[in-house]
Write a protein that binds this ligand. Sequence first.
Ligand SMILES: Cc1cc2nc3c(=O)[nH]c(=O)nc-3n(C[C@H](O)[C@H](O)[C@H](O)COP(=O)(O)OP(=O)(O)OC[C@H]3O[C@@H](n4cnc5c(N)ncnc54)[C@H](O)[C@@H]3O)c2cc1C
Length: 379
Amino acid sequence: MHMTVENELFRETVSRFVQQEIVPNVDEWEQLEQIPRELFRRMGELGLLGIEYPVKYGGAGAGFWMTVVLAEELARCRSGGTAFSIIVHTDMSSPWIASVGTEEQKTKYLPGITSGQTVCALAITEPGVGSDMSSISTRAVLDGEDWVINGSKTYITNGVYGDLYFVAARTRETGRKHQQLSLFLVEGGTPGLSVSKKLSKTGMWASDTAELVFDGVRVSGTNILGQEGEGFYQLVAGLQRERLLSAVLCISAADQTLTDTVEFLSQRQTFGQSLSTFQALRHRIADLLTEVEAARQLTYHAVRKFVAGEDCATEVSMAKLFASEMANKVSYECVQMHGGLGYMRELPVERFARDYRLWTIAAGSSEMMREIIAKSSIS
Ligand SMILES: Cc1cc2nc3c(=O)[nH]c(=O)nc-3n(C[C@H](O)[C@H](O)[C@H](O)COP(=O)(O)OP(=O)(O)OC[C@H]3O[C@@H](n4cnc5c(N)ncnc54)[C@H](O)[C@@H]3O)c2cc1C
């Protein structure tokens, strides 16, 4: 059983926190185009950050299903950007310290990450390279005991106010393409690291997104994360977690949007009747609920394989592909069922449509997911 009593109790805690301390503020954070740092600190106080990390670093030593619960409840806040920013910190960047970091790196950084004092960002994508991760051009060169990093990164979530950047850079020019990358820890404020632009986006407004420049950024030799030349494989391994959680966010947010839409249909009257009485709309809701449930079951299946440590790249890619495409279908249909109101700024359904458009693009686009799935069965 994945949803244990412990996980369901945790769900209640997260849900209460989301409804009481996030939902009332999301409109303001959407306008500010970032969530406040205090939110990370508050979540740290409540023990909601880094729940899978060992207790000695401030974590709870929990399993991945508890993280699934965290993402499910965060997605219900009706601000995709808020949930995205938090999950980037907890699950799309910092896990690399736990999985491949040295004891010194864990001791130095994990307590700040779990307490919410240190906000994390993942910096892989560059202006010239996104999907084709192994072709990044940011370079890190050894100079004595230090590494010196030069290059630029773009679309970096939490990039504007990040305290700790997980940076992918090329450390070799020859040999196998997939053995030329390494991961580095770069602290915000390191000389040579600057935010060249805060990016303006279609949706996900509450998550800040930056373009970064690395101009002779010097970090100690101890800031390399994992083995030199192993960065590509480390990234690919970590991306399974990122893709699963993006699927979970899509499913839970789509479910919330359908709940909101059903409520709207029962209140809105046309032709002397509530919209919820029209069979055309009732059946559309039934189809969408079925798709949400199919996405959930496919994703839970992939999570089970992931948790069991089995090879799950195909199932994870299927879950990410299906859930993100489903969320976009739900957003289109739910905007439609709201009529003109669905096209108005700041209505949750309109925000959902803008926010969740992202997920067929980021964390591995739908095309990349199809490539992975096809490779597993077509030689
Ligand atoms: C809001 C936002 C937040 C993000 N946050 C982060 C972050 O925190 N850290 C980070 O490192 N990155 C982040 N990204 C980057 C994201 O992961 C990339 O945008 C994504 O990987 C796609 O890369 P690209 O934009 O360069 O598109 P490209 O790789 O240029 O692709 C363009 C299009 O072509 C398709 N395509 C590419 N190659 C093929 C092929 N071989 N066959 C078929 N189709 C193909 C793609 O699927 C896509 O539809 C973020 C992006 C956004 C928009």
